[in-house]
Design a protein around this ligand. Structure first.
Ligand code: DC
Length: 221
């Protein structure tokens, strides 16, 4: 079993924040796999590549010139694409939606697989996404699947976006999240699903700290 912790779950559940805290606690590296799909969405949009153009999307995914830099205290992740930090820009729901649409394509997913696995270096990796425990890192040491009610997730994402200066309507965000849930859970390849050996945590009524504590309490090293 590799020194990998996978944290999967639907949009807005808080995977990113929890993963950063766990990575900080363990001193491990971090993979925000959703960011890769979002960057691909941004690059496709900038290059006017259609979400149906598999050949071009696969080429873009293979060449993606992107670097993740976590600040020393792991409070924030910088995502450098073509020399610019695009970490805030890709949080816009426009890219969340396109990411979810292009993520249904098995060839695109395959093109991103090796890149995601390459994030694993010692001392270990905390990987968050939809298929980390099922497809990308099936031999991970610990697997977690976070859930929360749709209302709570929409609210969490709303607060997160407002915090970084992206203004949205809560009601519209809730619809976007529900649409993404539907697409991510029903696609044929690597759908959003808990791995059979994952711990599922319903975080609806838990604070970030409580979720982190719950995860840490399950780990024995
Ligand atoms: O986690 P996120 O909201 O940043 O992810 C954006 C979209 O990318 C998500 O709706 C589906 C896709 N995605 C995926 O298919 N597999 C992953 N491991 C991560 C994200």
């Amino acid at each position: 079993m590799e020194n990998i912790i996978t944290i999967d779950g639907p949009s807005g559940v808080g995977k990113g924040t929890v993963s950063l805290k766990i990575a900080k606690y363990l001193g491990w590296h971090i993979l925000d796999s959703g960011a890769l799909y979002r960057i691909l969405a941004l690059v496709a949009k900038r290059n006017q590549v259609s979400i149906d153009d598999e050949t071009k999307l696969v080429a873009l995914a293979t060449e993606l010139d992107v670097k993740f830099i976590s600040l020393a205290d792991l409070s924030k992740l910088q995502i450098i694409y073509a020399g610019h930090d695009i970490a805030t820009e890709i949080r816009d729901e426009t890219y969340g939606k396109i990411a979810s649409q292009i993520a249904v394509n098995p060839e695109v997913r395959t093109a991103l697989l090796a890149r995601q696995r390459a994030f694993y270096t010692l001392p270990g990796l905390v990987a968050d996404g939809r298929d980390m425990g099922t497809v990308v890192f099936p031999k991970a040491k610990y697997k977690f699947f976070l859930t929360a009610s749709c209302e709570e997730r929409a609210l969490r994402r709303y607060k997160q976006l407002i915090n970084i200066g992206i203004y949205v309507k809560l009601s519209e965000l809730a619809v976007e999240i529900a649409n993404r849930d539907q697409r991510d859970t029903t696609r044929t390849t690597a759908p959003l699903i808990a791995a059979s050996d994952a711990f599922t945590i319903d975080t609806t009524k838990l604070s970030i700290e409580e979720v982190v504590e719950c995860i840490v309490s399950k780990m024995v090293f």
